[in-house]
Design a binder for this molecule. Structure first.
Ligand code: SF4
Ligand code: MG
Length: 329
């Protein structure tokens, strides 16, 4: 089956007063129907900017796509006509943001906002749209949906508000949903519930899902494939179970070691030393070299390509074999 979304060699830069920030530097990834791709990285790694380019909501200017293709079912969103692009992005793709409170309209009730989707895109009457809104709220398991449909966003808890966002995204039954840090603002227990709901709805509706997160801990049970980003590039890509067992990039390894584990309470958490790079001035060679425990001289001068490890795995590290632990055998 061909990919639902196929991002190829995407480059995005921000032209700022201080210079050109190279936010995305040749990212390629694909999402198949019914598949969940987790895109992982610290803030500033380019994961959200890539998604914004896909959704057509890049802040432009100052952001510009300077190269690449974004194929949706084989058609390039970057070159198709404005009208067609709006149709694809309005109904066939949807996005869920971290902060539901600022993404929702504070002066409209939840029912009015959900209902609007059906009135505008499906031409439904006010009454039918409201009934569909209640149905959807039930679907995302908001208790007492019939009573709450007339409430405003601020009257919902953070977790319930995020369910409203999910309902908005699902309303038109899109083929692809992009969720950008959908649970980051929530308590840990609520996080798990929202993530479970999202995974369940994804299976049920058969959509493709891109899950953007800085937290490797939340994606283990829901993602099929992971792409790890650093300084606007993908540094490792692998099926989810393989990456947990044996990371092939020192950055991924660092992320894994900084996940809190219940069986190691009291042990100090490993954190990757140093700061993410300044995108106005990305380090030469491997962008991760100033922070990498495995770095050698070559790392400061030669930029590693994304080495193919197996059919579905790649690592942009000169020493990926060592990282995998093959030297120990
Ligand atoms: Fe570390 Fe060098 Fe690999 Fe970069 S290429 S991740 S600096 S070992
Ligand atoms: Mg972000």
């Amino acid at each position: 089956e061909p990919p639902l979304l196929d991002v190829r060699d995407l480059h995005v830069e921000f032209r700022t007063r201080d210079g050109v920030a190279r936010a995305v530097n040749g990212v390629s990834y694909a999402v198949r129907p019914r598949q969940t791709l987790a895109v992982l990285g610290e803030s500033g790694s380019g994961k959200s900017v890539t998604a914004q380019a896909v959704m057509g909501i890049l802040d432009s200017p100052p952001g510009f796509v300077t190269r690449g293709e974004i194929l949706f079912r084989g058609e390039d969103l970057l070159t198709m006509g404005a009208e067609e692009r709006r149709r694809v992005r309005g109904a066939r793709m949807a996005m869920i943001f971290q902060d539901a409170l600022s993404a929702l309209n504070p002066v409209l009730t939840v029912g009015e906002q959900l209902g609007e989707m059906f009135r505008v895109h499906r031409g439904m009457s006010r009454k039918d749209a409201r009934a569909r809104a209640v149905e959807l709220m039930d679907r995302v398991r908001i208790p007492a949906a019939r009573d709450r449909v007339g409430q405003y966003p601020h009257q919902f808890s953070g977790g319930m508000r995020q369910r409203v966002m999910i309902a908005m995204a699902l309303a038109l039954e899109p083929e692809l949903i992009i969720a950008d840090e959908p649970t980051t603002a929530l308590d840990v227990t609520v996080q798990a519930q929202v993530m479970e709901l999202l995974a369940e709805l994804q299976r049920e509706y058969g959509m493709g899902l891109i899950l953007i997160t800085h937290d490797l801990g939340v994606v283990a049970d829901v993602a099929d494939h992971i792409a790890v980003m650093y300084a606007g590039r993908i540094v490792e890509t692998a099926p989810v179970h393989e990456i947990y067992k044996r990371p092939a990039h020192p950055y991924t390894k660092g992320l894994l070691e900084s996940i809190p584990r219940l069986d190691q309470k009291g042990r100090e958490l490993y954190a990757i030393k140093g700061l993410p790079p300044n995108l106005l001035n990305i380090p030469t060679g491997c962008a991760f070299h100033p922070r990498c425990p495995l770095a050698r001289d070559v790392c400061a001068t030669d930029e590693p390509e994304l080495y193919r490890i197996s059919a579905r795995r790649g690592s942009a590290c000169h020493f990926w074999r060592e990282c995998l632990g093959e030297h120990q055998r």
